[in-house]
Design a protein around this ligand. Structure first.
Ligand code: NAD
Length: 482
């Protein structure tokens, strides 16, 4: 890490509001130097044999696992989510590096049938060059892994910027990434508008892989469009969760609570709109409210904590605004709805259940990104599907049912990149993750996640040097011969 010689960003523990560290807000010149190092490293990295790359990626996975406790500790301090969730995040991140170490080792493209027998046609998958990876604070290590592992496996080098709220856990990876040749991964710190935009605007950065809000995604998209640069976008969500009348109520209640309050509701795939069939609406709400009130709010290091603080004051104010708007428009508050009295410090907000919401309310339209679970009844299953699709976003959608016909209809009709049936929010490295509509059309994980960082080159090769009958001249030769 360079010495702090520029304006510094203070990193705050969201549970205590204490400053726990500082990192530089790097000016453009410093980012440009990082890009130059990554560009220099690319020439060697793209030529590194796949099995050697795979060995290094596996070593990264091993180091993450070995240091999982320490890394999770740093992330709990700066990000606030419970230590056990951060330990899980380290495990998932290691698994992602392992997955791409294997996936990229055995493939480089394909051979396709040729037009003539003397020919060979290859589709060669090649890296882009320097990839700019910009990630948010809610899963800083996992979302970094989802970009870096496939991008590196594909032969790209990286300039990575963590969010200003959670740079310390990412900087701890400098000692993990030192298994790679110098310059292959460059970490820069700073604000989005300064360091982030310096990456996006740099002509030597060939692709931007961004996870974050819709507004930032649009801005990055506009800059990339002007430069004709590929933007890989993983933006906001407003996931629907539909509960059918045949569900086991106790299981469905726990599933909804976990999907709504995991990481204090700050998950792009949080259940932010819950639709419950009207015949079970009342008992479902009673149990959900009771269960929500039983959740323990606290510091992420306390093993008894279910729900930690939010990341910061601005994000909590947005949640408060959504709850205020809903109550003003007639929603009923069944649990939470306020800052906890016994925690004057820290960005805490009680897990909240709102009932009788409708689609005019902000809480059912805009991304809340906080511990709020708004619930609305529906009559027929087709109504639930219409409601689920009534959003600008299309990241994920959940369904609870045993009815296979409903399940099939749901996954065919709902416009979302992931459909979870009876198991909310579970990721699988082998399957793609990403969104429809305004969530952005990119995909991470799976084969699709590798392809995002590869461009295709078609090699058309003829082993015979023969003039082709379809070349000039089209008409009879000028001397009259045919
Ligand atoms: P944000 O867009 O404010 O910030 C995300 C990152 O972008 C940060 O590193 C930030 O510094 C950087 N940034 C900000 N402005 C920039 C600019 N002009 N140029 C370049 N970089 C810039 O997002 P946030 O509010 O901190 O994060 C939460 C959002 O992320 C939510 O909307 C959530 O849904 C989304 N998210 C999406 C996914 C997904 O996979 N679709 C996953 C996690 C989070």
């Amino acid at each position: 890490m360079p010495k702090i010689q520029n304006a510094a960003i203070s990193v705050v523990n969201p549970a205590t509001e204490q400053i726990i560290g500082q990192v530089p807000d790097m000016p453009a010149e410093q980012v440009h130097k990082a890009v130059a190092r990554a560009k220099k490293a690319w020439d060697g990295w793209r030529r590194t044999p796949a099995h050697e790359k795979a060995q290094m990626l596996r070593e990264i996975a091993r180091r993450i696992q070995d240091r999982a406790d320490d890394l999770a500790k740093v992330l709990t301090q700066e990000g606030g989510k419970p230590f056990r969730e951060n330990k899980d995040e380290m495990g998932w991140s290691a698994s992602c590096f392992e997955f791409y170490a294997e996936l990229a080792r055995g493939r480089r493209g394909r051979v396709i049938p040729s037009i003539e027998t003397s020919q060979l046609n290859l589709v060669v998958k090649e890296p882009y060059g320097v990839v700019g990876a910009i990630v948010p604070w809610n899963y800083p290590i996992l979302l970094m892994a989802w970009k870096l592992a496939p991008a590196l496996a594909a032969g790209n080098t990286i300039v990575l910027k963590p969010a200003e709220q959670t740079p310390l856990s990412t900087l701890a990876f400098e000692r993990i990434f030192d298994v790679l040749p110098p310059g292959v991964v460059e970490i820069v710190t700073g604000l989005g508008e300064t360091a982030g935009e310096a990456i996006v605007r740099h002509p030597d950065v060939a692709l931007i892989a961004f996870t974050g809000s819709l507004e930032t995604g649009k801005r990055i998209s506009r800059i990339c469009a002007d430069m004709v640069k590929k933007a890989h976008l993983e933006l906001g969500g407003k996931d629907a969760f539909v509960v059918c009348e045949d569900s086991d109520l106790d299981v469905a209640v726990k599933a909804v609570a976990w999907a709504s309050f995991l990481n204090t509701g700050q998950v792009c795939t949080s259940a932010e709109r819950v639709y419950v069939q009207k015949d079970i609406y009342k008992p479902f709400l009673e149990r959900l409210a009771d269960f929500t009130r039983s959740l323990r709010l606290g510091d992420g290091f306390d093993p008894a904590t279910d729900v930690g603080p939010m990341i910061g004051g601005v994000y909590r104010e947005k949640v408060e605004e959504h709850v205020r708007d809903a109550l003003k428009r007639g929603a009923k508050l069944l649990a939470g709805g306020k800052r906890p009295k016994d925690r004057p410090r820290g960005f805490f907000y009680e897990p909240t259940v709102l009932a009788d919401v409708d689609h005019k309310m902000t809480v059912m339209r805009d991304e809340t990104f906080g511990p709020v679970c708004p619930v609305m009844p529906y009559r027929h299953f087709d109504d639930a599907i219409k409601l689920a699709n009534d959003s600008i976003y299309g990241l994920g959608a959940n369904l609870y049912t045993h009815d296979a016909r409903k399940a099939k209809k749901f996954f065919e009709e709902v416009q979302a990149g992931t459909i979870w049936i009876n198991d909310p929010l579970t990721d699988n490295d082998a399957g793609p993750f990403g969104g429809y509509k305004a969530t952005g059309g990119s995909r991470e994980l799976g084969e699709e996640g590798l392809e995002e960082f590869q461009q295709s080159k078609h090699v058309h090769w003829d082993f015979e040097q023969k003039a082709k009958p379809w070349w000039y001249p089209y008409g009879p030769k000028s001397n009259g011969s045919k």
